[in-house]
Design a protein around this ligand. Structure first.
Ligand SMILES: [Zn+2]
Length: 172
């Protein structure tokens, strides 16, 4: 399967039509101030692998961040990677606010990730000990799993395991 990153993008006109039709109702503006969180479909919603926000245009799923970057800046990302800078929030791969997107190479993306304190990944989704505590506390205070999934950009499956202490058992 071709990953959304390497798919040639549709024309700027097709993108404009798709964005008018089914873009804005799939954005949550409130859950993280300044970020625009994509609440449409994602790859990796089965709980495995990286979650990439997806938008369907002419029956093909594209990375929503690549589409919105092209739409907003009129620059086709081509072989480059659309990276995030959601400062002062932590970077959220589901954020599609064009002001939080920048174009880099894959190595820029990795350098940026490590510069911001990211840890090497071995196929698991990234979640810090502090985030595990925050997620459990929010859940205990009645926050819904779906909202936690959006806020932390983790699948519902992953959040469910965290709050029920099936994972991260070592964290109190
Ligand atoms: Zn953002």
């Amino acid at each position: 399967m071709i990953t959304p990153r390497y798919l040639p993008l549709p024309s700027i006109d097709d993108i404009a039509v798709a964005i008018l039709k089914n873009f804005y109702e799939r954005i949550d503006y409130k859950i993280i101030p300044e970020c625009r969180i994509w609440i449409g479909s994602h790859s990796g919603d089965n709980g495995y692998g990286r979650r990439v926000p997806l938008i369907k245009i002419n029956s093909i799923n594209y990375s929503t961040t690549r589409i919105i970057y092209y739409h907003h800046y009129k620059v086709n990302p081509g072989p480059l990677v659309v990276c995030h800078n959601c400062y002062p929030n932590s970077d959220n791969p589901s954020c599609v606010n064009p002001k939080h997107l920048w174009l880099g190479t894959q190595s820029d993306n990795l350098l940026d990730y490590f510069a911001k304190g990211g840890q090497p990944s071995f196929g698991n989704q990234q979640v810090s000990d502090d985030q595990v505590r925050e997620i459990r506390l929010a859940y205990a205070n009645g926050e819904k799993i779906m909202n936690l999934s959006r806020k932390y950009d983790l699948s519902r499956w992953t959040i469910n395991k965290i709050v029920h202490r099936k994972t991260f058992k070592h964290i109190d």
